[in-house]
Design a protein around this ligand. Structure first.
Ligand SMILES: NC(=O)c1ccc[n+]([C@@H]2O[C@H](COP(=O)([O-])OP(=O)(O)OC[C@H]3O[C@@H](n4cnc5c(N)ncnc54)[C@H](O)[C@@H]3O)[C@@H](O)[C@H]2O)c1
Length: 271
């Protein structure tokens, strides 16, 4: 399918993982894609792989001026802007281990996470919306997380920041719908990027019994949703937070315990 012929997208935080898969899918759909990332080497490598319809821009999601330069740079390179995928997040090990509980999390980490995971989405949208209005409308897609919907033992800032992304999504959809700008969020479950394969091999064993599908998520699963939300196939979809998580949050939370209990009772494991 080439649903995005003639359109221009920015993927903010697009050099690796989910963002890279999204870039590949949007290009396959006929879109011209700017890949914004702090990791400019990976962004350039990806552009070299995906071809002339891509352009890498170095940006830092913690720096307002840098976000504006990325958005304006995309418009001056490709001449318009139709799609903004806010995908960046602070995913580094150093931040994750300090993102602990409400009592213990250092405020510097809380603020750092919010700066990148939430404020950069606000600013990217702020700078993109006038260009989208000039182009006749647009689609903003925000990567949230299943972590934004449920409490957790740790990673307080990450979870709360992803909940804020859902609310920001609804506010953008409400305020700019009349300008033909749609805004939706995706809440991925566990998505096995190369990085996740390395850091979360054990985690995936814990998660697997809670997922209803036979396999865990792939970056391409999110890319397919991004392509749908970017295209006119989703023309009447806005202000939504759509889960792509293999049904992980669709069932009674105790099903894994029920299966284990029934197995212990010799009743066999229900499918
Ligand atoms: N992988 C999962 O299981 C999963 C699950 C739920 C949500 N998500 C969300 O999906 C998105 C992508 O995650 P991913 O797993 O592909 O991670 P990733 O680490 O591969 O991608 C994040 C990208 O953001 C870039 N980045 C980090 N800090 C930056 C900054 N300050 N300025 C500019 N770029 C910066 C990184 O260089 C990287 O390319 C994130 O929003 C994440 O929270 C991922």
């Amino acid at each position: 399918m080439r649903r995005l012929e003639g359109r221009v997208a920015i993927i903010a935080g697009g050099a690796t993982g989910i963002g890279a898969a999204c870039a590949e899918r949007l290009v396959a759909e006929g879109c011209r894609v700017v890949i914004g990332d702090l990791n400019i080497d990976e962004a350039r490598n990806l552009c070299a792989k995906l071809g002339d319809n891509t352009h890498a821009i170095h940006y830092d999601a913690a720096d307002e001026g840098s976000i504006k330069q990325m958005v304006d740079g995309a418009v001056s390179h490709f001449g318009r802007l139709d799609i903004l995928h806010n995908n960046v997040a602070l995913t580094s090990y150093e931040v994750n281990v300090q993102d602990t509980t409400v009592v213990d999390i250092p405020l510097t980490i809380w603020r750092q996470v919010f700066e990148v995971n939430v404020t950069s989405f606000l600013l990217g949208s702020r700078f993109a919306i006038p260009h989208m209005i000039a182009a006749g409308g647009g689609s903003i897609i925000n990567t949230s997380s299943g972590s934004g919907r449920l409490g957790d033992l740790v990673r307080t800032a990450y979870g709360v920041s992803k909940a804020a992304v859902i609310s920001l999504t609804q506010h953008i959809a409400t305020q700019y719908g009349a300008d033909n700008i749609r805004c939706n969020a995706i809440t991925p479950g566990v998505i096995m990027t190369k990085n996740m394969e390395i850091v979360a091999a054990d985690l995936s064993q814990i998660i697997k019994p809670h997922v209803l599908t036979p396999r865990l998520g792939k970056p391409e699963d999110i890319a397919a949703m991004v392509a749908f939300l970017a295209s006119d196939d989703s023309a009447y979809v806005t202000g939504q937070a759509l889960a792509c998580d293999g049904g992980m949050q669709a069932h009674q939370p105790q099903i894994v315990d029920v299966r284990r209990f029934e197995a212990q009772q010799g009743a066999g494991v229900p499918k």
